[in-house]
Every structure is written in C-alpha cells, then in structure tokens.
Design a protein around this ligand. Structure first.
Ligand code: MN
Length: 294
C-alpha cells in the first residue's frame, strides 16, 4: 500500500475472435488471434464455452507441442488427457492442468461427456530459450486443491498461479509457483467473481504484462469499460481496480514477466529461431520430437 504506487489503466483490447481448433472445437481466441496480438510471455488465450456437444465433441486428437507451457482451466466439463508416454489425466470442473511441453509432448485432449456444458480456458505461456528443451512435465490440480477465498463484498477469488496480497496484508499463495522466482515468467493467474457494482483492488507487479478477460458480464477499469469476452491489456503500474458492471461478473486476470526474446511460431511449436522450428518439424517427422537430447 505504498502511497506512491501507480494504478494500472486499460490499454488496448483484443476481442475474442470465433475460431476452431483441434478436430473442430469452437472457441474464442483473444491473445494470439494474430502475431501482433501476443502479450509477452503469453502466446495465446482460448476460451471454450458451449452447451452444444457438436461444438466440442471431436476434441483435440493427438498433436505435438514444443517450447512453451499450456495451462488448461476447466470451469465446466470433463476432458481426458493422454500423452505419448501413456500418462493419463482427467480434467474436471474447476480443475487445472499445467503442462510444460519443453522439448516435446504428443498428447490428446478429449471430452469425456456427450452432453452438457463445456467451458474453460487454455493459456499458452512461453518458455525462456534456456528452458525450451527441458523434459516435459505435468501438474494436475483438482478443484479441491485450488486455493479459493470469499471476499467481503460477496465475490470469490481462486488463485491458480502466483501470489495475491489481500486487504489486511495476508498473502494468498496459488496452486502453482507459490515460491517467487521458481519460474522465469512468474505467472499470476486468478479467477475472480464480483457481484454487480462491486469493486476489487489487486496488486499486479510493476513491469509484468497483464490482462483481464471477463467471461461473464463486463467490467470497468479506471473508468473505461471492458466488454465481455475481450482481453483488456493493462498499462503498467502496481495495482488494478476492477469494477463489475450491472451484472455479476466472472473474469480471469493473468500477468507475467516478459521474456523479451524473439518468438518464432509454427503452429504448436514456439521457438526463438527459424532453424529451431525446422529442427522441431524434422524431429516430429522422424518420431523423435519428445526424445531429442534425452
Ligand atoms: Mn495440446
């Protein structure tokens, strides 16, 4: 609560653009909807949300990744994850899967329901050059292990990654990266619900890139409206005040330390140079995406 601290204001907004991926899963892509729509270290944010099984049932059959991390936050629904090593995980309502693809993973992400609502997010976080070829790893965090608190105004805060200092000075630790400095990008990822007309202040470290995405309702940030299903990129500062509009709001706030490295992406491969992308493609063709350097 440094009196000299600066409030973050709302900068450019990126609408969630309707698209499809995998075997035809319908989703909205905001961050990553174009190369100019990245926000270092974030490469992509996809929101999937539908009651229509036809929009999700085909899922994401086996596909590769190299060079970054994927965070899947399942708000409603059930997906089964399986990788090239035979690791199997179930992602259920309110749960999170944090996958570090590193040098390579080949996996599938398939719905385990034939009806009902499927809703959530997948966030791609870049890895620094020196960690792009590290071994793949996963963390599955069921809803019951996700820290969540009730706020004074009736809202709720779930902390997927990072740390939040609550009014009164209490520090809340996320399910991932609870120790600062353990990840270069030091990500903050929270899900906040706010009753209509209420306001929440949250600290966001200065110098970290940050955005807000309201998936139900709209919010205002420093007097500027951020419509529903738009990524609102925040100007730099130390804290944000988010005010819910006339409806109850649910939103995610995501922040991280920029890497400042060149990004060369070819679909599911994100490296620093074209040569590294060509290597990834060749490794994938030769069936050694996941084993090179092992
Ligand atoms: Mn994937």
């Amino acid at each position: 609560m440094n009196p000299g601290s600066k409030q973050r204001t709302l900068g450019r907004t990126l609408p969630g653009v309707a698209t499809s991926d995998g075997a035809g899963v319908k989703l909205r892509r905001s961050i990553g909807s174009g190369q100019a729509a990245r926000l270092d270290p974030f490469l992509m944010l996809d929101e999937f949300g539908t009651d229509n099984p036809g929009d999700y049932i085909a899922g994401f059959p086996p596909h590769p990744h190299r060079g970054f991390e994927t965070v899947t936050y399942m708000i409603d629904g059930h997906m089964r994850h399986e990788d090239h090593l035979g690791n199997v995980g179930h992602l259920k309502s309110g749960g999170v899967q944090w996958m570090t693809a590193g040098r390579g993973v080949i996996h599938s992400e398939m719905p385990q329901q034939e009806s009902g609502r499927m809703r959530g997010f997948q966030l791609w976080i870049n890895l620094p050059a020196r960690e792009k070829m590290k071994p793949a790893s996963y963390r599955d965090i069921p809803a019951t292990d996700l820290p969540e608190i009730a706020l004074d105004h009736g809202g709720r805060l779930k902390l997927i990654a990072g740390q939040v200092t609550l009014p009164g000075g209490q520090v809340m630790e996320g399910a991932i990266n609870s120790k600062p400095g353990t990840m270069v990008t030091d990500p903050l990822f929270l899900d906040l619900s706010l009753p209509s007309g209420t306001e929440q202040r949250l600290d966001v470290p200065r110098g970290h890139n940050a955005f807000v995405y309201a998936y139900e309702g709209s919010v205002s940030i420093d007097g500027k409206t951020l419509p529903s299903q738009h990524a609102g990129i925040l100007n730099d500062g130390d804290f944000i005040r988010i005010r819910a509009g006339s409806e109850n709001v649910r939103l995610v706030l995501i922040a991280g330390k920029p890497l400042g490295e060149p990004v060369v992406q070819y679909g599911p491969f994100v490296m620093n140079t074209r040569e590294e992308i060509e290597q990834a493609l060749e490794d994938y063709r030769r069936g050694r995406l996941t084993t090179v350097g092992a």
